[in-house]
Ligand binder design. Structure first.
Ligand SMILES: *[C@@H]1O[C@H](CO)[C@@H](O)[C@H](O)[C@H]1NC(C)=O
Ligand SMILES: *[C@@H]1O[C@H](CO)[C@@H](O)[C@H](O)[C@H]1NC(C)=O
Ligand SMILES: *[C@@H]1O[C@H](CO)[C@@H](O)[C@H](O)[C@H]1NC(C)=O
Ligand SMILES: *[C@@H]1O[C@H](CO)[C@@H](O)[C@H](O)[C@H]1NC(C)=O
Ligand SMILES: *[C@@H]1O[C@H](CO)[C@@H](O)[C@H](O)[C@H]1NC(C)=O
Ligand SMILES: *[C@@H]1O[C@H](CO)[C@@H](O)[C@H](O)[C@H]1NC(C)=O
Ligand SMILES: *[C@@H]1O[C@H](CO)[C@@H](O)[C@H](O)[C@H]1NC(C)=O
Ligand SMILES: *[C@@H]1O[C@H](CO)[C@@H](O)[C@H](O)[C@H]1NC(C)=O
Ligand SMILES: *[C@@H]1O[C@H](CO)[C@@H](O)[C@H](O)[C@H]1NC(C)=O
Length: 700
C-alpha cells in the first residue's frame, strides 16, 4: 500500500514557491520568475512520473451516416494520457463519441499490439466516451446496435480506430518526466436529475448523506513537465452530453467537447482548434440520470408541467415532454454548460497543488454478466439475468423521447406491443421474465435468434490507479447513486490497510464496452428509462459492486497480476452494413463541381483535414492566413442532400465580436464521386468565396 498516496512533504514547499512567485510577478518582474522557477526545479530534481499527452481527430464521414448526417458543428477528437512510474504504465483515453464499443476497443488494442507489442494491453488501457449524442454510429458488433446504426459502417469505425490509435501514438512520442497534481471542487447550476422519482426510492439514510440528487463533484488532474510547465489537464464531471438535442443533424462534441475546446484554446494561444501541444480531457462519469437541460422538462405544447411519474403530457404524450435550457436554443445551452464546466476546471487547474505520487496499478477482468451470483446479505444470494430491455426503454427520456406511445415508469406490459414482439421476435421465457421482475420485458435480447447476439454477455471491468487517484472504468451509464456506491466500495478497499484515507475514486463512464444503464436495485423498481435499460436485471449494480471490489482488493494487495482473466469476448466476422452504397454524385448542366453560388457539392471522403477554412488577408505579406477551420466553434458546415443526387454544402461563419478587422474569404474543400464505366472515381474539389470585409459594425 505504501506506494499509493499523495506526497505530504514536497507540497508545502511548492505552495510557498507559488506564493513567492506570485509576489514576484506583481512587484519585481519577469527576471525573478525565471530565477525562482529554476530554483524550484533545482531543489526538487526527481519528477515522479513519465507523462505523455496526445490528441487526434476522429470525426469520420459527416454525411450519409446515421445518427448525424449533415455537416459539422465541431470536430471530434480523441485525447490520450499516458503515465509511467518506471515500472508500470497506464493509459487513459477520452474520446468524443457516444460510447466506446467492444468492437472499437478490440480493434484499437489489436492495432496497438501490432505497433507496440505488449506495452498497451487490455489491463492498462482505458477507453472512455464523452457521450456526445452528435457523433457517428456504426462501430458496434451486437445486433441491437447494428440495427439502430444501420449496420457496421467501416468508414465511421475506421476513423475512430485510427483517431484513437493516433492519439496514443502522439502521447507515446511526447513522453517525458513530469508531475501530477490534483484538485477537487463542485460545479452548481449545470446538471439536473432527470429521474428524481427513481432517486427518491433509494433508502432515506443513504440519501441523507448527500445534499443533492446529482454529483456536483469535479476532479481535476494538472499534468506538468519537470519544470512545472503544464502539458495537460484531465477531469471528470457527471453530466449527459445532450445539450445539442435530437433535432441537431451536425457532428458536434457537445458541452464536454466545448469545455475541452475552450481550455485548449486558452493554453495553446495562437493555434487553431485541435492543434497545439496542451491537451485538455473532459471525461464522462456517473451521468446515467443527469441532464444538462437545466430548465427541466415541460409540455412544450401547453407550457404546463409533465406528469411527474411517467413524464408524459395530457396532450401529445411522451413526445411533448421535453427538457431544455439554460440557453434560448441548443447552441446557446451547449455554450453555457460547456463554459461552466471549462471555467470550474480552469479554476481547479490553477490551484491544483496537492501532488499525486506513488506507484501505478492496473486491474482488469472479463466477466460473463449474465452469470454472476450476487451475495445480498449473509443468508441470501441473487443472480444477474440474460440481457433484456423493458417497456420504458422505448419511452426515451425528457432529453429525447421515443417515437411510439410508450411511457416511463411502466411496470406492466402493453398487450398491443407485446403481441407484435411475440409474433416477430418470440416471447421472452418465463425464467427471464421472472429474473427481470418488475421490468416488463419489451425485447428479450438475450434470447433472440441469429448468428450475432443482440447484446453482449462478456463485459470488461477495470480499475487503474495513479498514486492516490483511482479510475473505475464503467461499461455503461451509471446513475448518480450507483456511482456513489461504487466509489465508496472501491475507496474502502483501496484505503484499507493504509493509514491514509486519501484515495480519490472517479467513475469513467461509457468505457470499453456499452451495456446501456446501471441503476441501483431500488431505482430499478421504478422502471423509468434508466431502470428499463439496466439490461442484466435488478442485481446488475450488485454484481458490479462485487467485481470492482475484487479488483480494488487485488490492487491494494499488489496482486492484480494474479487476477483471473475471465472469458475472452468474441470478435464477430462479416458484420452487415445495412446502408446502401453511396451513389455517384451529379451536378446540374453547365456547372462544374466546386462552383460557388450553385454549390452542388456532395461530401464524400473520410477524414478530410477540414471541409472549410476562414482566411484573413495579411496586408504585409499579401497572403491568406487560416483563422478558422470546421473544428472552430464559430463555423458550421451543413450538407443538404437533395434530389437527383445533388446536394449543397453551406459554410456558415458567425463572426465573433473579437474578430480581427480586415479582408476575408471562405473556402470549402470536398470530394465527389463519379462512375467511369463500372469504376467509381473520387475527385477533390474546392470553392472560394469572394473577398469580403469585416468592419467595426459587421452586421450584414
Ligand atoms: C401518466 O400518468 C398519469 C397519472 O399520473 C395518467 O393520467 C396518464 O394517463 C399517464 N399517461 C400515460 C400515457 O400513461
Ligand atoms: C431542440 O432545440 C431547438 C432550439 O435549438 C428547439 O427549437 C427544439 O424544439 C428542440 N427540440 C427538442 C426535441 O428538444
Ligand atoms: C455466459 O453464461 C451463460 C449462463 O451460464 C452461458 O449460457 C453462456 O454460454 C456464457 N457465455 C459465454 C460467452 O461464455
Ligand atoms: C436477506 O435478504 C433477503 C431478501 O431480500 C431477506 O428476505 C432476508 O430477510 C435478508 N436476511 C437478512 C439476515 O437480512
Ligand atoms: C399504444 O397504441 C396501441 C395502438 O394504437 C394501443 O393498442 C395501446 O393500448 C397503446 N398503449 C398505450 C400505453 O397507450
Ligand atoms: C410460462 O408459464 C406459463 C404458465 O406456467 C405457460 O403457460 C407458458 O407457456 C410459459 N411461457 C413460456 C414462454 O415458456
Ligand atoms: C479513515 O477511515 C476510517 C474508517 O472509515 C475512519 O475511522 C478514520 O477516521 C479515517 N481517518 C481519516 C484521517 O480520515
Ligand atoms: C442548392 O442551392 C440552390 C441555390 O441556392 C437551390 O436552388 C437548390 O434548391 C439547393 N439544393 C438543395 C438540395 O438544397
Ligand atoms: C482547388 O481546385 C483547383 C481546381 O481544381 C486546383 O487547381 C487547386 O489545386 C485546388 N486547391 C486546393 C487548395 O486544393
Amino acid at each position: 500500500m505504501a506506494g499509493r498516496r499523495v506526497a505530504c512533504c514536497g507540497l508545502s514547499f511548492l505552495a510557498v514557491t507559488m506564493i513567492v512567485l506570485f509576489l514576484a510577478i506583481t512587484s519585481v518582474g519577469v527576471a525573478l520568475i525565471t530565477l525562482l522557477a529554476l530554483r524550484n526545479a533545482h531543489s526538487d530534481p526527481d519528477p515522479t512520473y513519465l507523462i505523455g499527452v496526445g490528441r487526434a481527430d476522429c470525426t469520420g464521414p459527416p454525411a450519409d451516416i446515421p445518427l448525424t448526417a449533415a455537416g459539422i458543428h465541431t470536430r471530434l477528437f480523441s485525447r490520450a494520457f499516458i503515465v509511467d512510474d518506471g515500472k508500470r504504465r497506464v493509459v487513459f483515453v477520452t474520446v468524443e463519441v457516444g460510447m466506446v464499443s467492444q468492437r472499437l476497443r478490440l480493434e484499437v488494442l489489436k492495432a496497438l499490439e501490432v505497433k507496440y507489442g505488449p506495452l498497451y494491453r487490455h489491463d492498462n488501457v482505458v477507453l472512455s466516451g464523452t457521450h456526445t449524442h452528435a457523433g457517428p454510429a456504426g462501430y458496434f458488433q451486437y445486433t441491437l446496435f447494428i440495427i439502430t446504426s444501420k449496420g457496421y459502417i467501416k468508414p465511421s469505425a475506421q476513423a475512430l480506430v485510427d483517431g484513437i490509435v493516433q492519439s496514443v501514438d502522439l502521447a507515446h512520442r511526447s513522453i517525458k518526466p513530469g508531475r501530477i497534481y490534483r484538485s477537487l471542487g463542485t460545479l452548481e447550476d449545470s446538471s439536473l436529475n432527470r429521474s428524481p422519482q427513481s432517486y427518491l426510492n433509494n433508502p432515506q439514510e443513504e440519501r441523507d448523506r448527500y445534499k443533492t440528487n446529482t454529483d456536483k463533484q469535479v476532479v481535476v488532474l494538472r499534468l506538468t513537465d519537470a519544470d512545472g510547465v503544464g502539458v495537460g489537464m484531465l477531469s471528470w464531471f457527471a453530466v449527459h452530453a445532450v445539450s445539442m438535442n435530437s433535432t441537431n443533424r451536425m457532428v458536434s462534441s457537445d458541452n464536454m467537447g466545448y469545455a475541452s475546446y475552450l481550455l485548449e484554446e486558452d493554453q495553446n494561444r495562437g493555434s487553431l482548434p485541435g492543434e497545439g501541444a496542451f491537451v485538455a480531457g473532459f471525461s464522462s462519469s456517473n451521468l446515467g440520470d443527469v441532464s444538462p437541460n437545466t430548465r427541466g422538462p415541460v409540455c412544450v405544447n401547453t407550457g404546463l408541467p409533465c406528469d411527474y411519474l411517467n413524464s408524459s403530457c395530457p396532450v401529445g404524450g411522451t413526445k411533448m415532454c421535453q427538457a431544455s435550457g439554460p440557453g434560448e436554443d441548443m447552441f446557446e445551452s451547449t455554450r453555457i454548460i460547456g463554459h461552466n464546466i471549462y471555467k470550474k476546471a480552469k479554476e481547479l487547474y490553477g490551484k491544483a497543488e496537492e501532488e499525486v505520487t506513488g506507484s501505478l496499478h492496473a486491474a482488469h477482468q472479463w466477466v460473463n454478466m449474465t452469470d454472476v451470483t450476487v451475495q445480498i446479505n449473509s443468508t441470501h444470494t441473487a443472480r444477474t439475468c440474460k440481457p433484456a430491455l423493458g417497456h420504458s426503454f422505448a419511452a426515451g427520456t425528457t432529453d429525447g423521447g421515443g417515437e411510439l406511445n410508450f411511457t416511463q415508469g411502466a411496470v406492466e406490459g402493453d398487450p398491443f406491443w407485446d403481441g407484435i414482439r411475440d409474433a416477430l421476435l418470440g416471447e421472452p421465457s418465463n425464467e427471464t421474465q421472472e429474473c427481470h421482475r418488475p421490468k416488463p420485458i419489451l425485447l428479450s435480447t438475450g434470447e433472440m435468434p441469429g448468428r450475432i447476439p443482440w447484446h453482449p454477455e462478456i463485459v470488461d471491468v477495470q480499475i487503474i490507479t495513479i498514486g492516490s487517484i483511482a479510475v473505475v472504468a464503467v461499461p455503461g451509464e451509471m446513475t448518480t447513486m450507483s456511482g456513489r456506491r461504487i466509489r465508496e466500495a472501491v475507496k474502502q478497499e483501496l484505503d484499507s490497510g493504509s493509514s491514509l484515507n486519501d484515495t480519490v475514486v472517479v467513475i469513467a463512464g461509457l468505457s470499453n464496452i456499452y451495456t446501456h444503464y446501471i441503476t441501483t436495485y431500488e431505482e430499478y423498481q421504478i422502471q423509468r428509462y434508466e431502470g428499463a435499460s439496466t439490461i442484466y436485471g435488478p442485481h446488475t449494480l450488485g454484481a458490479y459492486l462485487q467485481k470492482f471490489r475484487h479488483l480494488a482488493r487485488a490492487i491494494a494487495q499488489g496482486k492484480e497480476s494474479e487476477l483471473e482473466r475471465g472469458p475472452e469476448p468474441p470478435f464477430f466476422d462479416k458484420l452487415p452494413n445495412l446502408l446502401p452504397a453511396a451513389p455517384a454524385d451529379k451536378k446540374p448542366v453547365n456547372t462544374r463541381f466546386g462552383e460557388v453560388l450553385e454549390q452542388v457539392l456532395p461530401v464524400y471522403r473520410v477524414r478530410d483535414k477540414t471541409f472549410l477554412t476562414v482566411e484573413v488577408l495579411q496586408k504585409t505579406t499579401s497572403s491568406w492566413e487560416v483563422v478558422h477551420t470546421d473544428a472552430s466553434w464559430e463555423t458550421r458546415f451543413h450538407w443538404v442532400k437533395g434530389s437527383y443526387r445533388q446536394s449543397n454544402a453551406t459554410v456558415e461563419w458567425r463572426v465573433p465580436p473579437s474578430a480581427q478587422l480586415g479582408s476575408y474569404r471562405i473556402r470549402h474543400f470536398g470530394h465527389y464521386k463519379e462512375m467511369k464505366g463500372f469504376r467509381p472515381v473520387i475527385t477533390a474539389y474546392n470553392g472560394t468565396s469572394a473577398v469580403f470585409t469585416v468592419s467595426q459594425t459587421y452586421y450584414y
